[in-house]
Design a protein around this ligand. Sequence first.
Ligand SMILES: Cc1cc2nc3c(=O)[nH]c(=O)nc-3n(C[C@H](O)[C@H](O)[C@H](O)COP(=O)(O)OP(=O)(O)OC[C@H]3O[C@@H](n4cnc5c(N)ncnc54)[C@H](O)[C@@H]3O)c2cc1C
Length: 355
Amino acid sequence: MLWVLHSPHPMPQDLLPQAKSGYTVLMYDLAIIGGGPAGVAAGVYAARKRLKTIFVAEVIGGQSTDSQDIQNWIGTPHLVGMDMQKMFEAHLREYASDVLEIHIGERGDKVEKISGGFSIKTNKGLYETKAVLIATGGSRKKLEVPGAKEFEHKGVTYCASCDGPLFSGQDVVVIGGGNAGFETAAQLLAYTKSVTLIHRRAEFHRADAATVNTVVAHPNMHTLIDSSPVEVKGDMFVKSITVKNEKTGELSEIPTAAVFVEIGMIPATQMVKGLVDLDEWGRIKVDGKTQRTSTTGVWAAGDCSDGIYHQNNIAAGDAVKALEDIYFWVKATPEGEKTDLALTAISEKKSSLTA
Ligand SMILES: Cc1cc2nc3c(=O)[nH]c(=O)nc-3n(C[C@H](O)[C@H](O)[C@H](O)COP(=O)(O)OP(=O)(O)OC[C@H]3O[C@@H](n4cnc5c(N)ncnc54)[C@H](O)[C@@H]3O)c2cc1C
């Protein structure tokens, strides 16, 4: 369904056919951009709270739909990615009724501040909304050496929480010396025989010293500094990784059953660049209590935000938290107080109201 009304905000004529006839799209309460666990959880809650919502997602399901064995989704020990995708869409449509407008196959390109809210420019139209939830996730930076693509899902993996237990009792390698690399190593040390962490520099500047010290102290932990991966080798599955010492140029081959890649995420946040504060990796900075961003009226949830941990349950939980806050902001916060309330002030006010 489409809400069409006269709006005080003129639209570019080429983007909206209805604008040519003097009509423009009604201002929605909320625009959700992104169709992974964060976006879908938000969509379900928005519909149940009867917020007039537009849901825009290029694809539904999120990053783990590629996986044949999604684990940790509470209530389902194992789930095939495509099944998760179908379940997400069915759940969303179940509650959509007349309040949630679902646009799958549509890409959000730009979010801008306008009087009274935000405009959302997509590859198919232009919409206006009072509040925005960015749930666009991201993609893992891929290891680009010979063998890395060939052995993806055959020992080369980008998710330790998902695939780690498959390598119980075996020797494994982690690539990346930042926090994510060390946290991955810490998880793997619980059940693997040994973990070798490969880092291209001499120091672990991008990881917390406390985490590094704890992990490195483990008797089954090894680190290779000043080293870069050169090639992943194997037959049906990964068998070894060749590593180059950046100082000496010497090559060595490390036997391993798995290569866990933690060399960074590429967050999909281009559309809000300049609108909200991003961290040095381009992730949206949020207040962890409410998922609010630095711009009043914009929330972010899941892997596109600067949360430390990346899991389906976490993304969904972030979004539910955001929706509770958005509902309160859209429906229960007086107009005059919407623009200048500090992030914590509104959370505290909510607590006092609900206590
Ligand atoms: C291979 C792999 C396996 C994994 N396995 C597990 C697992 O077993 N268990 C687990 O808990 N976690 C797993 N994870 C991690 C988990 O998938 C992520 O933490 C989670 O998907 C993050 O959800 P999200 O909603 O924040 O973002 P994403 O899942 O990244 O979803 C973002 C969504 O937004 C859409 N989108 C992006 N940009 C735009 C745009 N501009 N306009 C419109 N739509 C847009 C995308 O199409 C996508 O639908 C895995 C990750 C990977 C890569």
